[in-house]
Design a binder for this molecule. Structure first.
Ligand SMILES: *Cc1c(COP(=O)(O)O)cnc(C)c1O
Length: 410
C-alpha cells in the first residue's frame, strides 16, 4: 500500500530474495543432478539491467533473442561469456552487435542464418561457437506435445523432414562457425517430465547419426526451457529438482546408449525463474453490476501491461491488498481499462466485494507481463520496483506522456 502511495499504480513489484532463491533452486537442482550444467535465464520473460546484475551475482547466464535485449544486458555490463542468442529471424545487425560484444554462443534457427552468421563472423575475424536448434517431433502416439504441432512450427530445423540434418551438415562445413552441439525447446509451460525425456532420447539418437555421418561433436546440449510456473493454487508445477533429475537421467542414458561423453547441459528457464518473484498491483475504479449476470470490476491497468489472459487465456489469482483479512463474498470479473472487450485479467476472482480505491494484487505476474507491455490507448507503461531487505528501489520509472511523444512528429 505504501509502495502504491509512493509510485502510483499499476505497479509491478519484484522481490529480490525470491529471484535469488529461484536462481539457486535452478542452479542447485541441475548441478546436483548433472555436474556439468549451466542455467541460462530466458531474458524475454522479463529483461532488466537490475535483474541482469542479480543473475550475474548468482552465476546464472542470460539468453537473449534480440539486439534490444543485448543492449539491456550490455547496460548492466553483463559478461559476454555468459550470453547466448536465440531466435528464428536474427538480423545481420543483431548478429554483428552480438559477435562484437563477444557473445558465448548463438543458436542457429534457419538456413539463411548459416551463411549470414558465417559471413559476419568472418568479417570480425572469429570462429563463432554455435548450436543448431532442431525441432524433435516424435512419434505422434507418444504425447500431445509431440504431435504435428511440433512439426508445424516456425522454430527449429525439423529432424523429421531432413532439414535438421542439412543444417548440421552446412554448419559443420561453414569455416567461421564452430558447431558445439544441439539445442531444442519444446514450448511452455510444460507440467510433465515425459516431453523432455522423450525428446532427449530422440535427439540423442539423431546426434549419434550426425556424428557417424558428418563427424558432429556433441560438446553442448540444451533441452531449452518451458518449466511450468504455478500461476494458480490448483495447478502447481513439479519441483525443479524433478525436472533436473529427469533431464539428467535422460541425457546420461542417451550418452550411454550412443557412446557420447557427457556434454555440457544448458537449461533455459524463463517463467519458472522469474514469474513468482513479481506481483502486479492495481487500483479498482469503475464497478459495473449486471443483475443476474456478473459484476465487472475495472482496474487501472490490463492488457497494456499484461496481455497474457487476452493472448492465450492465461489464468491468474487475485487478492485484495487493503482488505486481506476479509473473506471473499463472491466471484468478480477483473477487467482492464483498455478499449477492448477482451481486456479481461481474470474471469472469476474470489474477492471481498470490491470498492473503488481498493488495491488488487495478482501474484506470479513476473513473467511475460511488463516484458510484453504496450502503449495501446497511449497509456504509459507502469513503474517497476525491486524490493530487497525491506527496502524498495525503483528499477524502471513509470513512463510519462513525454516518453510517449518522444518519437513522434507533427
Ligand atoms: C522462451 C524460451 C525459453 C523460456 O521459456 P519459459 O517458458 O519462459 O521457460 C527458453 N528457450 C527458448 C529457446 C525460448 O524461446
Amino acid at each position: 500500500m505504501d509502495l502504491v502511495e509512493e509510485y502510483d499504480s499499476p505497479l509491478y513489484v519484484y522481490d529480490e530474495s525470491t529471484i535469488r532463491s529461484m536462481a539457486r533452486d535452478f542452479s542447485g537442482s541441475f548441478s546436483n543432478a548433472y555436474v556439468n550444467s549451466r542455467v541460462s535465464y530466458s531474458f524475454k520473460a522479463f529483461a532488466s539491467p537490475a535483474l541482469a546484475k542479480i543473475l550475474e551475482e548468482e552465476g546464472i547466464g542470460v539468453d537473449i533473442v534480440s539486439g534490444g535485449e543485448l543492449a539491456v544486458a550490455r547496460m548492466a555490463g553483463f559478461p559476454a561469456g555468459e550470453l547466448n542468442f536465440n531466435g528464428n529471424n536474427k538480423s545481420r545487425q543483431e548478429l554483428e552487435e552480438a559477435i562484437a560484444y563477444g557473445i558465448a554462443r548463438i543458436t542457429i534457427d534457419g538456413f539463411p542464418e548459416i551463411d549470414l552468421l558465417n559471413s559476419v563472423a568472418g568479417e570480425q575475424g572469429i570462429r563463432q561457437p554455435v548450436l543448431v536448434r532442431v525441432s524433435p517431433s516424435v512419434d505422434a502416439h507418444s504425447h500431445r506435445l509431440t504431435t504435428t504441432g511440433i512439426l508445424d512450427t516456425k522454430f527449429g530445423f525439423s529432424i523429421e523432414t531432413g532439414h535438421a540434418e542439412l543444417a548440421i551438415e552446412q554448419a559443420i562445413e561453414a569455416p567461421n562457425l564452430d558447431l558445439r552441439g544441439i539445442h531444442f525447446h519444446l514450448g511452455s509451460p510444460i507440467f510433465e517430465l515425459e516431453p523432455y525425456t522423450e525428446a532427449i532420447a530422440y535427439v540423442m539418437a539423431f546426434a549419434a547419426d550426425m556424428r557417424d555421418r558428418y563427424g558432429l561433436e556433441l560438446h553442448e546440449f540444451s533441452p531449452g526451457g518451458g518449466f511450468a510456473l504455478g500461476y494458480k493454487r490448483d495447478a502447481l508445477p513439479l519441483p525443479i529438482s524433478d525436472y533436473a533429475n529427469a533431464i539428467a537421467e535422460a541425457l546420461r542414458a542417451g550418452c550411454d546408449a550412443h557412446g557420447f561423453d557427457e556434454p555440457l547441459l544448458i537449461v533455459e528457464p524463463g517463467r519458472a525463474l522469474i514469474g513468482r518473484a513479481g506481483v502486479a498491483v492495481y487500483t479498482v475504479g469503475a464497478i459495473k453490476e449486471i443483475p443476474g449476470v456478473r459484476t465487472y470490476v475495472s482496474v487501472d491497468g490490463g492488457m497494456g501491461d499484461n496481455i497474457r489472459p487476452a493472448l492465450y487465456e492465461s489464468e491468474y489469482e487475485a487478492f485484495s491488498v487493503n482488505r486481506a483479512t476479509e473473506a471473499p463474498d463472491g466471484q468478480y470479473r477483473i477487467a482492464g481499462k483498455y478499449c477492448e472487450s477482451g481486456d479481461i485479467l481474470i474471469n472469476e476472482a474470489s474477492l471481498p466485494k470490491p470498492k473503488p480505491g481498493d488495491l488488487i494484487a495478482l501474484p506470479a505476474s513476473g513473467a511475460y507481463t511488463v516484458a510484453m507491455a504496450s502503449n495501446y490507448n497511449m497509456v504509459p507503461r507502469p513503474a517497476i520496483v525491486m524490493v530487497a531487505d525491506g527496502e524498495a528501489r525503483l528499477i524502471r520509472r513509470r513512463e510519462t506522456y513525454d516518453d510517449l511523444l518522444a518519437t513522434s512528429k507533427v
